[in-house]
Write a protein that binds this ligand. Structure first.
Ligand SMILES: [Zn+2]
Length: 288
């Protein structure tokens, strides 16, 4: 493990790896979603990683401080992670100015050699501030909010050589490309065989506890598939639409006929219930 000091994200994931359960790393776009997720963690006595996109840091600059305050005041282990940070200057600004625990240094839109070189330099700078680093090996297809879309760039599966190279670059968390994609799979989730479990199992074996595995691209996952990923070594489960769709659906259905205050209250309840359900599925409930 490259990150040696006390780090909230690494501590949460190390405990999960030892206990063989998964931890939700949940994207929040606003303070209502953040609050509902933190309430779920408290209610379930579950650890939780709160994730913000770099685009959200620009859209709502105070949200990172709200998240950091939640991390600090919670009675369960929480951490604040910045997902898919793809711009070196922005990464340097984030680690110099924001109270974050970990950052995904995502240089996967560069070719492999440049990806590794940039990751290595930025990982060192993050570690100097006690911030843990995640990186994407190979290339996960698709795009998410504010992330440079890799569509048109070929998805590249993570090879054994990638694994060693990224560990050597000093990262703490590896996000492998195993057939997962950023975006929607369709209502029933990935097609049978779309996720390469043999590859995930081999990566986990090769890693041998040197770094932790993050799984990206979980939209539309059925519970049993997420469980299968955890059983094969994925510890940090990045979730976005998987949790937030209930919130979106609630707002779509009720925005016209409900007062704003009630809409927010009820929407937060719906999202808290859904977050608690996925904490149970990850088996992180009761682990805090
Ligand atoms: Zn991702």
């Amino acid at each position: 493990m490259a990150q040696t000091g006390k780090n909230r994200t690494v501590e949460i994931l190390n405990a999960a790896a030892a206990g063989k359960y998964g931890v939700l790393a949940a994207i929040a776009y606003n303070v209502e979603q953040l609050t509902a997720m933190v309430r779920a963690a408290e209610a379930k006595r579950s650890p939780l990683i709160i994730q913000l996109f770099p685009s959200t840091l620009k859209q709502l600059p105070t949200l990172a401080y709200a998240a950091a305050a939640a991390v600090k005041s919670a009675t369960v282990p929480l951490s604040l992670h910045i997902d898919h940070a793809q711009d070196a200057a922005h990464i340097r600004e984030i680690i110099a100015t924001l109270p974050v625990d970990s950052v995904m240094v995502d240089m996967s839109h560069y070719d492999e050699e440049e990806n590794l070189a940039k990751t290595k330099i930025l990982a060192k700078e993050c570690h100097a501030k006690g911030i843990a680093v995640e990186a994407e090996s190979g290339r996960i297809e698709g795009g998410e909010d504010g992330i440079a879309d890799t569509e048109g760039l070929e998805a590249l599966f993570t090879s054994p050589e990638d694994v060693d190279n990224f560990i050597a670059a000093g990262i703490d968390i590896l996000a492998p490309s195993i057939g997962n994609l950023h975006g929607d799979y369709g209502p029933s989730g990935p097609a049978p065989g779309q996720l390469h479990f043999d590859r995930l199992t081999a990566i986990n074996k090769q890693i041998d506890n040197r770094v932790l595995i993050a799984l990206h691209g979980t939209n539309d996952f059925p519970p049993e598939l997420l469980r299968q990923c955890i059983e094969n070594g994925a510890i940090k489960l990045n979730v976005n639409k998987l949790l937030l769709e209930v919130w979106n659906e609630f707002l779509r259905k009720n925005a016209a006929g409900m007062s704003l205050v009630k809409l927010i209250d009820e929407g937060m309840k719906v999202l808290q219930v859904e977050t608690e359900r996925w904490m149970d599925i990850c088996q992180s409930s009761g682990k805090a």
